[in-house]
Design a protein around this ligand. Structure first.
Ligand code: AHM
Ligand code: MG
Length: 345
């Protein structure tokens, strides 16, 4: 009888389909010379919580978990029930795993000290971004950053463990709860995207080695705030219109970012009169997406400097965010500098 042996290609990491997130994380562990598996386990913990939040997001219309929770968070924004639920799910997943010593969350006033001094990692998370969109069935997301603690393992956590600039991230990612649910993450060796297969309960690699197009045709900004922008931003948006670029703005950061990452474009949330430091938070939103876009070959700036170089001074610090295709971000930076009189042409 003629037989043959199944011989998978062991040499190539260019997987196209069929590889689960768990297996991918395991295969990639060797990218970290000193990794002992904790970061891999932490990513798996996040993926598990994402599956639970995905399930609850899908049921929101049925299970009386849409709508407002009746309280405001530390930033004075009305919390939605799903904000609170997602926060609890991620907190539980991160505290049970044992790898994390501290968590900072957009939904929590203060640092959550897990009293786990042997934990190596600090996590910053926005458990459910864009949650004002839940009740109208628009895509929402989770955004996370992972840092290695600075203080010695075994000692109590310190402020320096939390207040690290974004360039110190060891991993970052987001989950997009959209027409399909995706998890996209980087550990500093490129960006990979996984799509959730509901019936199997698994994320599968669907977007290996994502590269942000160097330029693009999409600009995403809340144009209702135009009268509140600085001149450099107004001039840049006018130039987008002159070039007949496409205006696309969902008002849900993860969804807007994800579209522009894949198609090429720029997302802008600049300083406004109401929010002179911008609206988005450095620790929970901007840093993770900045790490991802740089790993994909794009750029993230506050208009004057690289997002990843900003030294955080407070937990809930906000920052202007200009992020996406490298050429477009450089153009808006030039426009801002020109209108501030910092460069002449
Ligand atoms: P949130 O963290 O309270 O959900 O706010 C963040 C959201 C982003 O998802 C979105 O890009 C932005 O706020 C939209 O703001 P605006 O409604 O001012 O355009
Ligand atoms: Mg948010």
């Amino acid at each position: 009888m003629k037989t043959s042996h199944f011989q998978p290609d062991q040499t190539s990491l260019a997987y196209s389909v069929g590889i689960t997130l768990d297996r991918f994380i395991k295969l990639k562990q060797s990218d970290f010379p000193f990794a002992s598996g904790e970061l891999s386990q932490l990513l798996r913990d996040i993926a598990l919580a994402a599956k639970i939040v995905n399930r609850e997001t899908n049921r929101a219309g049925l299970a009386n978990i849409g709508g407002a929770f009746g309280q405001t968070n530390v930033q004075g924004e009305e919390q939605q029930k799903l904000d609170v639920i997602a926060n609890i799910r991620f907190m539980r997943a991160l505290s049970k795993g044992g790898e994390v010593c501290a968590i900072v969350s957009e939904e929590e006033d203060a640092v959550i000290d897990l009293q786990n001094n042997s934990g190596k990692y600090v996590v910053a998370i926005d458990p459910l971004d864009g949650s004002s969109n839940i009740d109208v069935n628009i895509s929402i997301g989770t955004i996370f950053s992972i840092y290695r603690r600075k203080s010695p393992i075994g000692s109590p956590i310190q402020l320096e463990d939390i207040m690290q600039p974004g360039r110190e991230q060891v991993a970052a990612g987001y989950v997009l709860y959209g027409s399909s649910t995706m998890l996209v993450y980087t550990t500093g060796c490129g960006v990979n995207g996984f799509t959730y297969e509901n019936s199997l309960g698994e994320f599968f690699l669907s977007h290996p080695d994502i590269q942000a197009p160097k330029t693009g045709n999409i600009y995403s900004i809340n144009e209702g705030l135009q009268l509140e922008w600085e001149n450099g931003i107004s001039a840049y948006i006018q130039s987008c219109k002159n070039q007949k670029m496409q205006s696309r703005y969902i008002g849900s950061l993860v969804a807007d970012f994800h579209r522009n990452l894949l198609k090429g474009g720029i997302y802008l949330y600049p300083a406004t009169l109401k929010n002179p430091s911008g609206k988005l938070r450095l620790l929970y939103e901007a840093n993770a997406l900045a790490f991802i876009i740089e790993q994909a070959g794009g750029k993230a700036s506050d208009g004057k400097q690289r997002i990843l170089d900003i030294q955080p001074e407070s937990l809930h610090q906000r920052t202007p965010l200009l992020i996406g295709s490298v050429q477009l971000v450089e153009e808006v930076e030039q426009s801002v500098a020109f209108h501030l009189g910092l460069v002449t042409v």
